[in-house]
Design a protein around this ligand. Structure first.
Ligand code: FAD
Length: 472
């Protein structure tokens, strides 16, 4: 008998609970991807992550073919596409790994019920998290809103699932099922502003595995202290792979733990803790499904956000604010689809505090341009920096982009990489070039002579607005 293995954010073969269930149930897996972005509402995948996913699907199809199977691609509505697939294949079962976004989860629950009513065997699994988002609860039975107790609870129940390697051969998908290749999905947005991205990445399971190996052999050593340095490759760059489910988080842990020695215990702990933030983000999104669009902290409903000036917003988006660390980050994002976490924090703080624009304007830009755009992580990241979210940095803690740059890009190497026009400026001028207008004009005649807003004035206005919004 055939079983549809409905693929979503789990574009891999190893550690794939749904594929495994099909094989262990004695079924021929029919791997299928259904393209239905409209069903994801306002948060349908952004352009960059959509392009990543199309490429990941091509890699997955190649992996399946090398094992004797293949990927079927269909277009939504999902319920109709699934019904047709079931009819065409005579499938008796449907298996999938759960997705946790607030728009698709109710759809999937409804589908499960309908399919079961039609007599199919249906089962869904946790394929992407250590814990289901609803599994950990406070003593009162509610959601956690602070990371440390959440993480303590996670560690108390820590049980890393066993690894499972997909077999080298998979049963062939029935030849009667029409091919519609993954390449039918657009590989780039139009116009293709992502052209320079792909030299930096290898979407797909093999790329994820390689990124993990590179990390384990290199940046893992010292991760604890170097992860905040945007000028180094100090992190794993696994985020887009994790978002698409090209690697299971527990495989990462299982691969890293045996490497533990006297020197790197703190590094491994710090890394797994970051995976913990990913879990926390999914926990929060599950319990507070409104948060991609609304401040979690109600105090901010009274907050005097500034009406965005579209010119200034564009200056932020395209790295022309005149503040080098911000501009370097935004240009890294535009050129690679990625930005270092520390710089994400600085750029987000600048938008939501110095410019005082509601964080959602920034979240939307990240959503379109990040290859790792992830509703749980992006929402948490923005609400955390803006001070509106759970366990957030308080709004009044305004990052000073100059001192942040001095502290984390100490040699100005990151700035020089993404703003080569400033590379000729000596330190510390490179962090705040407006302090010597003549030197700036000579080195970089096209770079903004002054920051688009005065940093002190922006900060003071943000703090005044915060005080005015009153006690909680
Ligand atoms: P590593 O340091 O190697 O971390 C390993 C993994 O842990 C990451 O791949 C990621 O899955 C997870 N992780 C690390 N830090 C965080 C965090 N703060 N929150 C949640 N998970 C984390 N991450 C996304 O995956 N998608 C997003 O859309 C996203 N938007 C963000 C927006 C803002 C404003 C901020 C401040 C952060 C955002 N992050 C987002 C979190 C973080 O910046 C990235 O996960 C990280 O930079 C990815 O690089 P890495 O894989 O090398 O990280």
């Amino acid at each position: 008998p055939n079983a549809i293995v409905w693929l979503r954010n789990d574009l891999r073969l190893d550690d794939h609970p749904a594929l495994r269930a099909a094989l262990e149930g004695g079924y021929t897996p029919v791997p299928a991807y259904i393209h239905a972005p409209a069903e994801e509402g306002a948060w349908a995948p952004g352009a960059a992550s959509d392009a990543w996913r199309a490429r990941s699907l091509i890699a997955l199809d190649a992996d399946l073919r090398s094992r004797g199977s293949r990927l079927l691609v269909r277009h939504g509505p999902t319920a109709d596409a699934l019904a047709r697939l079931i009819a065409d294949s005579g499938a008796e079962a449907v298996f999938w790994n759960r997705k946790y976004e607030p728009t698709t989860q109710p759809r999937d629950t409804a589908l499960k019920k309908q399919l079961r009513e039609r007599g199919l065997r249906v089962k869904s699994f946790n394929g992407s998290l250590f814990f289901e988002p609803w599994q950990l609860a406070t003593q009162q039975g509610g959601p956690y809103q602070v990371f440390t107790p959440f993480w303590r609870a996670a560690q108390a129940q820590w049980r890393v699932p066993e690894l499972w390697d997909a077999p080298a051969r998979l049963p062939a998908v029935p030849a009667t099922l029409a091919d519609e290749s993954a390449a039918s999905l657009p590989l780039s947005p139009r116009p293709d502003w992502d052209r320079s991205f792909w030299q930096h990445w290898q979407p797909g399971e093999a790329g994820a595995r390689e990124a993990l190996e590179v990390f384990a052999d290199g940046a893992l050593q010292g991760y604890h202290s170097e992860r905040d340095r945007p000028d180094r490759i100090g992190t794993s760059r696994l985020s887009p792979h994790l978002h698409c489910g090209e690697i299971a988080p527990w495989r990462i842990v299982r691969m890293l733990e045996p490497l533990r020695n006297r020197d790197n215990g703190a590094d491994i702990d710090a890394y797994v803790r970051q995976l913990g933030w990913r879990e926390f983000a999914h926990h929060l999104l599950h319990h507070f499904p409104q948060t991609p669009d609304e401040d979690l902290n109600p105090r901010f409903r009274r907050f005097d956000w500034a009406e965005p000036d579209l010119t200034l917003l564009a200056a932020w988006q395209r790295g022309r604010t005149g503040v080098p660390i911000i501009d370097a980050g935004m240009r890294e994002l535009w050129a690679t689809g990625y930005m270092h976490n520390r710089v994400r924090m600085i750029a987000a703080s600048y938008l939501s505090k110095h410019l005082r624009y509601h964080w959602s304007y920034g979240a939307r830009w990240f959503w379109e341009t990040l290859v790792d755009a992830d509703l749980a992580n992006n929402t948490l990241g923005w609400q955390w920096v803006a001070g509106t979210g759970a366990d957030a940095a308080p709004y009044f803690r305004v990052f000073n982009p100059v001192t942040q740059a001095e502290r984390f890009d100490l040699d100005g190497v990151y700035i020089a990489r993404w703003l080569p026009e400033l590379a000729a400026l000596p330190l510390p001028l490179r962090f705040a070039p407006w302090r010597q207008p003549e030197a700036l004009a000579t080195a970089a005649p096209d770079y903004p002579r002054l920051p688009v807003i005065d940093l002190d004035a922006g900060r003071d206005a943000a703090l005044a607005a915060y005080r005015k919004s009153g006690p909680r």
